[in-house]
Design a protein around this ligand. Structure first.
Ligand code: NDP
Length: 479
């Protein structure tokens, strides 16, 4: 077997993980807890952790932050049981902090040369700071076999993503640049590829002749979670569609890769993205809305525009829907409807593939013949096949049956999966440079149309399932 098809499952060669943006929200809330989950499963043995950032933090403050995010500051262990607890303590104790302005010439290079190598550099920084830091680096500044782990958004549009690609290409090889999209974690990706390509009955019907539409929903019942500053200048379209939902779409739509090698899989993804576009009658192919006051369970939610840190004049959408077309022979004519929003009544994170109506049902059957559907949940990971069967009671009468299976979920947190893929050198789980640009190409015209107010900004009460007249499969209960 090709060694890159079967990446290092156990060991890893990276000696140091340097987190730039050590004092930031991502580091505290997602990255360090993800690392703790990986350590507790024995996936980060011998790894050194280094934090770096602008803040004037003492070593104790940083170590305290690591312990808190690891869940070991008060003796309790966030990782499974006591397994890994010693390792967590050990990593926190040995971790060091460097105060550094990454936008000052030579400072980041100095830090990278001072730590055990090879090193993975995690850019948990504001995007503009990441761009500037990369601009200042020279290939000689990077120790041999350095990896870059780069957060989303990668650039702020096609042009800036292209420019950033060019900058990092001059520093290190493409398959050592890990552009993060945590929806592309091992569980989600492998579950979709497994269901699609390990079952003989699916591939012959996975095309425009048999499929009516594909819907990809990421509805959340959470609100702003204190991140108004970020969200109000980003919105659902750029936060969710440009990255996460297009990634899921690509795994549902791609042609079969010959192997799970990063080159094979990422070539197939790139083909899908290059063929994808949003039809340019944006008032018909896209919708946007913003929540008003309402109730989610027992929680009272204010109008979006009254949330602290929100400027109503930004016209930021909290719910976005776009219809993507993939112009190739497999998918022409099939709408891929991508929808994501906040402050909705229920969490619903799934892809629904709806088959076309039957050409003919033998006369004599009664009841309703409804479209066959496959529902794939991406959180929790579930599979449901909706089919019509006879009875109960009248054997001539057709009724809906739901065949369900739990799909495999890893014990790692999403960012534990990201870090595992970094440490095992598995670029397949990261976004390739050309795909990052294509995602912006698909979304950019919609961003522009919405900025020009070509599409009305609708409203929905918090806790509802969106504006009343949005026709989707919303009536389904979550998987
Ligand atoms: P924050 O604003 O919370 O943190 C930014 C960090 O960058 C701070 O630690 C800050 O240090 C540091 N920093 C800023 N300028 C410099 C500089 N010149 N030199 C060194 N360090 C600097 O951002 P987030 O943690 O929220 O986001 C980081 C990245 O992760 C962004 O790209 C974001 O899009 C992405 N992301 C975030 C998610 C989240 O939930 N937070 C989710 C998914 C992606 P200091 O405070 O000392 O200035």
């Amino acid at each position: 077997m090709n060694s890159s098809t079967n990446p290092k499952q156990d060991g890893h060669e990276i000696k140091t993980l340097v987190i730039l943006g050590a004092s930031g929200d991502l580091t505290a809330r997602l990255l360090l807890p993800g690392l703790a989950s990986l350590i507790s499963m024995g996936g980060a043995e011998g790894l050194n952790l280094v934090g770096a950032g602008n803040s004037d933090w003492s070593q104790e403050k940083w170590r305290g932050q690591v312990q808190e995010s690891f869940g070991i500051s008060s003796g309790e262990d966030k990782a499974n049981g006591t397994v890994g607890k010693n390792e967590l303590q050990e990593m926190a104790k040995n971790s060091s902090y460097h105060q550094v302005d990454v936008t000052a010439e030579g400072e980041l290079a100095k830090v990278l040369k001072s730590v055990a190598q090879p090193v993975a550099v995690y850019f948990a920084l504001p995007p503009s700071v990441t761009e500037k830091a990369c601009d200042l680096l020279n290939p000689d500044d990077l120790p041999k076999n350095t990896r870059f782990v780069m957060e989303k958004p990668f650039g702020s549009g096609q042009e800036s993503a292209r420019k950033l690609n060019k900058t990092v290409e001059a520093l290190l090889p493409e398959n050592h640049v890990y552009r993060v999209d945590h929806f592309r974690g091992t569980g989600t990706v492998l579950n979709i590829l497994g269901v699609r390509f390990a079952n003989h009955f699916l591939e012959p019907v996975w095309n425009t002749r048999h499929i009516e539409k594909v819907e990809i929903f990421f509805d959340e019942n959470i609100t702003l979670e204190g991140r108004a500053g970020f969200y109000d200048s980003t919105g659902a379209l750029q936060d969710m569609m440009q990255s996460h939902l297009l990634q899921i779409m690509s795994f549902i739509a791609l042609d079969e890769p010959a192997t799970l090698d990063e080159r094979d899989v990422r070539d197939r993804i790139a083909e899908v993205m290059r063929a994808a576009e949003v039809g340019n009658d944006y008032a018909k192919t896209t919708r946007r809305a913003r929540y008003t006051a309402g109730k989610i369970g027992d929680r009272k939610v204010p109008n979006y525009v009254d949330e602290p840190g929100v400027d109503g004049k930004n016209n930021t959408e909290t719910l976005a829907e776009i219809e993507v077309r993939i112009n190739n022979s497999r998918w022409t004519g099939v709408p891929f409807i991508l929808r994501s929003g906040k402050s909705l009544g229920e969490d619903k994170m799934e892809a629904i593939v709806t088959f076309k109506p039957l050409p003919h049902l033998p006369t004599g059957f009664t009841g309703t013949s409804t479209a066959t559907r496959i529902r794939m949940g991406v959180g929790p990971a579930k599979l449901q096949l909706d089919i019509d069967v006879n009875g109960p009671g009248d054997i001539y009468s057709l009724n809906r049956a739901e065949l369900r299976a739990d799909l495999n979920e890893t014990d790692l947190l999403p960012y534990g999966e990201v870090l595992k893929a970094v440490l095992t050198d598995n670029a397949m789980f990261f976004v390739r440079g050309d795909t990052a640009v294509e995602c912006w190409r698909i979304i950019e015209p919609v961003v522009e149309a919405w900025a020009n107010n070509d599409v009305p900004l609708e409203e929905y009460p918090a806790g509802s399932s969106g504006p009343e007249d949005w026709e989707t499969s919303r009536e389904d209960t979550p998987l």
